[in-house]
Design a protein around this ligand. Structure first.
Ligand code: PLP
Length: 440
């Protein structure tokens, strides 16, 4: 056997995974890695958790799969109720899917079907931010503001009206307040230019993930966006696929800003890597309107199956019993302090940003001018590889010409301790020292 049939095998020296426990992963050669990014910011409760394994095994003993048009399952009903209890406002309805892209895709289709049902079919355009990442399926990719991913598919995606994302590091105005005013004005102009009566929804990640390296916004920006949506009669969709489920030190990142969306997309931390499960939550009114028009014309075979929902319930149980949301806030603040110490030591760190255990580090060639590394230098890949050589996993993103420099996310499981963070920082420190030796 050649062992080279895997489509996504990116390098010949990719380690083969063996097993994991807590914050550590081992490969088949016995090397240990500290998971400084929860895989793809997914394993929020850490690896190999006995409570989740037990709940999954118990569910498997009963039934793994049943189809939602033939049976309801108690675990699906219970998980939906738990999610409604954790969220705010009228986010009273939950639609389960299997991935973040599917959750965003469901949000797009619910918004469109809602306006069709309200006899406003012209409301079918979306406004989203640049940079942003909303997933890899055609609708979600259409919303995504990330040139390398968009470019090959531009001719066949739905596309969206792209507006600037607030950038509290590289803004050009004289203050953050002025910057926010300017970004909101540009957003309103874009809505009007596209035809406000044609906009179905504005979509954003309340705290940026991979696309922006933990970029945060301000309360006034969020309130301004909500006001724009209300003024022009469109919906506000928040993509919390990455920032939700305690990652930022609140159950959902929108809670930091006190602005509740009409539709919320969740994924990664909900299944915490144990099983694919994601959700779209929506205001009851939207679901009622669509229900009266014949029901939501959308669904996936595996959606809300018992094994997925039992996993989600066990993950929430662990998060509550181990108080992982408050740990995320507490340890996130310690991690931030330590990253800022590294920023004082290394000129290549231009900015540290984020909330809770969603922290991003932007690398720059010149700290004073904030000049990014040339894209061809692939700083993001170099630092990630240096860290991996030292047994530390971090999550990289490439430089976006003119929009963002190379950055890495430091997003360990929410179970992380001070000692774990100290280990991550020591290995990152060594990796940055080695990075500094590479001649441009
Ligand atoms: N939305 C955001 C904000 C994400 O970060 C991601 C994945 O990284 C997605 C959507 C897509 O999720 P998935 O990869 O599960 O389809």
């Amino acid at each position: 056997m050649s062992n080279n049939a895997l489509f996504y095998l990116t390098s010949d020296d990719m380690p083969v995974v063996s097993h994991a426990d807590g914050i550590y992963i081992w490969d088949t050669k016995g090397r240990r890695y500290i998971d400084g990014c929860s895989g793809a910011i997914t394993c929020n409760i850490g690896h190999n958790h006995p409570t989740v394994k037990r709940a999954m095994a118990e569910q498997l003993d009963k039934i793994a799969f049943s189809y939602r048009t033939q049976f309801e399952s108690q675990v699906a009903l219970d998980l939906a109720d738990r999610l409604v209890d954790l969220t705010d406002g009228d986010l009273d309805k939950v639609f389960f899917v299997g991935s973040g892209s599917e959750a965003v895709e469901s949000a797009i289709k619910l918004a469109v079907q809602y306006f069709v049902a309200k006899e406003q079919p012209e409301r079918c355009k979306f406004v989203s931010l640049r940079p942003s990442y909303h997933g890899s399926t055609m609708g979600a990719l259409g919303l995504t503001g990330y040139e390398p991913l968009e470019a090959p598919y531009r001719s066949i995606t739905i596309g969206s009206v792209k507006v600037p994302s607030p950038d509290l590091y590289r803004y050009k105005e004289t203050s953050i307040e002025e910057h926010i005013t300017s970004v909101l004005e540009q957003t309103e102009k874009a809505i009007l230019a596209a035809g406000a009566e044609t906009i179905a929804a504005v979509v954003l990640e309340p705290v940026g993930g991979a696309s922006t390296g933990g970029r945060i916004v301000t309360k006034r920006y969020m309130e301004g966006l909500r006001a724009l949506c209300d003024r022009y009669g469109c919906l506000l969709i928040m993509d919390e696929v990455l920032s939700g489920m305690g990652r930022t030190g609140a159950w959902f990142a929108y809670q930091h800003f006190g602005v509740v969306p009409d539709i919320l997309a969740l994924a990664k931390g909900l299944g915490s890597g144990y099983y694919p499960i994601a959700a779209m939550m929506a205001r009851k009114e939207l679901v009622d309107v669509v229900g009266r028009s014949g029901g939501f014309m959308h669904g996936h075979t595996y959606a809300g199956n018992p094994l997925a929902c039992a996993t989600g319930l066990a993950v929430i149980d662990v998060m509550e019993s181990e108080q992982l949301v408050s740990n995320s806030l507490k340890q996130g603040s310690y991690l931030r302090q330590q990253l800022e110490q590294l920023a004082l030591k290394y000129d290549c760190i231009g900015n540290v940003r984020g909330i809770g255990l969603l922290q991003g580090v932007e690398l720059v060639r010149d700290k004073t001018t904030k000049e990014p590394y040339p894209a061809a230098f692939n700083a993001f890949a170099k630092i990630t590889s240096l860290a991996k050589d030292r047994g530390l996993l971090i999550y990289p993103r490439r430089c976006l010409n003119g929009l963002a420099g190379d950055h890495v996310l430091i997003t360990p499981p929410l179970t992380v301790t001070v000692a774990d963070i100290d280990e991550i920082i020591t290995l990152l420190d060594e990796s940055l020292a080695a990075f500094g030796q590479i001649v441009l």
